[in-house]
Design a protein around this ligand. Structure first.
Ligand code: NAD
Length: 358
């Protein structure tokens, strides 16, 4: 492999231009973007021009055939994650694929198997764990300061935040609504802090009443209520092999105060509230010493300019330094398998098993 990684982009819309390409551009000593692919040639050309890339494709297989590429970003809509990822891994390329890894666990299994067979890195685009508060808390939990974290309450809630662009309200292309779109971030952060325990079963419930109601205001623009086929609110309770439990709440629309994006950890020695993008208010720790109760606010939370850029840098460095994936495909499979169980449970009214084998 050359000293500098050669990068290709598959799907060059919002997240690719706003985060992946910016991330690669910020580390020119480690990598260079050599080609951009998008099924929409205008979008591909716009992205390529913006970042000074000359090679533009509308078919990623053609891009693989013509260009020398070590690694790719897959930043297509959810339904189109699996095939380009499997094809890229099979062609010997490392992959960072946007979240959620697939639209269901079955797709993730194929992706994880392709990564295993090829020996290449498969990273999932879950950037919250690269934020300063996440780094601080990971160290704190791993040092044993929280004791055993036996319960967590993860929330990714929006009051009136239905994305009015793209395919976010289309179940067929997205695989689901807020649960799979933003719940995925806060659940990943929560499980990352808890050491990714193995899920066993989950029960959940989803609703779509507010999202379909044309009378309601949406602060992210107007959208066609007839085309709203995802849930607007999902709740779940997930049980893990080590006895721990996570409750998850996620919404695009709900009647509440603000848009909480946070996780609360309940440990045997301490508790904590963690807001990965919470600024000065990012972490509160709740402890007891000599029968006195303390609420602590750490003063040395690392400053991370952009969690997205940090995630891209971690991907590139893992490849160059021949390390394992910093956000392995298996984590993406666990998340999708939990979502499958929650959606199924909402239909059956029963607790469902979570299958993470591949
Ligand atoms: N990590 C995050 O915080 C974050 C934020 C936003 C979006 N995302 C994820 O990124 C992905 C893309 O979202 P977006 O907002 O950038 O959408 P987008 O619509 O802006 O961009 C997706 C692009 O993929 C292209 N495309 C579709 N199928 C393709 C194919 N087979 N080959 C090549 N190009 C193809 C589309 O033409 C489009 O330009 C989604 O999976 C989404 O969940 C992640």
């Amino acid at each position: 492999m050359a000293n500098k990684l050669k990068i290709g982009i598959i799907g060059s819309g919002g997240i690719a231009q706003g985060c992946h390409m910016k991330g690669y551009q910020s580390i020119p000593e480690l990598c260079e973007m050599v080609a951009v692919c998008d099924v929409n040639p205008e979008i591909a050309k716009t992205a390529a021009d913006k970042f000074g890339i000359t090679k533009v494709y509308t078919d990623y297989k053609e891009m693989f055939a013509n260009e020398e590429i070590d690694a790719v970003s897959v930043a297509t809509p959810n339904k189109y994650h699996m095939q380009p990822t499997v094809d890229a891994l099979t062609a010997g390329k490392h992959v960072i694929c946007e979240k959620p890894l697939g639209i269901n666990a079955e797709e993730c299994r194929a992706m994880c198997r392709a990564a295993k067979d090829s020996g290449k890195i498969l990273q999932v685009g879950l950037q919250s764990r690269f934020s300063g508060p996440a780094r601080f808390m990971k160290e704190y939990v791993d040092a044993g300061k929280m004791g055993h974290v036996y319960f967590a309450r993860a929330q990714a809630l929006r009051r009136r935040g239905v994305p009015a662009w793209g395919v976010f309200i289309d179940k067929e292309k997205q695989g689901g609504g807020p649960l799979i779109d933003i719940g995925v971030h806060i659940l990943d952060l929560t499980l990352f802090l808890m050491g990714y325990p193995k899920p066993v079963s989950a029960s959940g419930k989803t609703w779509d009443t507010l999202g379909k109601n044309p009378e309601l205001f949406n602060y992210w623009g107007s959208y066609d209520r007839e085309k709203f086929t995802v849930e607007d609110f999902a709740v779940g309770m997930i049980k893990f092999e080590d006895g721990s439990v996570v409750s998850l709440e996620s919404s695009f629309m709900a009647n509440l105060d603000g848009d909480p994006f946070q996780t609360q950890l309940f440990g045997t020695k301490a508790g904590a509230t963690v807001k990965p993008y919470g600024g000065d208010d990012a972490i509160q720790i709740y402890t007891e010493e000599d029968q006195q109760l303390f609420n602590l606010k750490p003063a040395n939370v690392p400053h991370v300019e952009s969690a997205h850029t940090a995630e891209i840098e971690a991907f590139v460095k893992a490849i160059l330094e021949e390390k394992t994936s910093p956000v392995p495909g298996e984590n993406g499979l666990i998340l999708n398998a939990i979502f499958d169980a929650l959606y199924k449970s909402s239909e059956t009214g029963k607790e469902e098993l979570v299958d993470v084998t591949f």
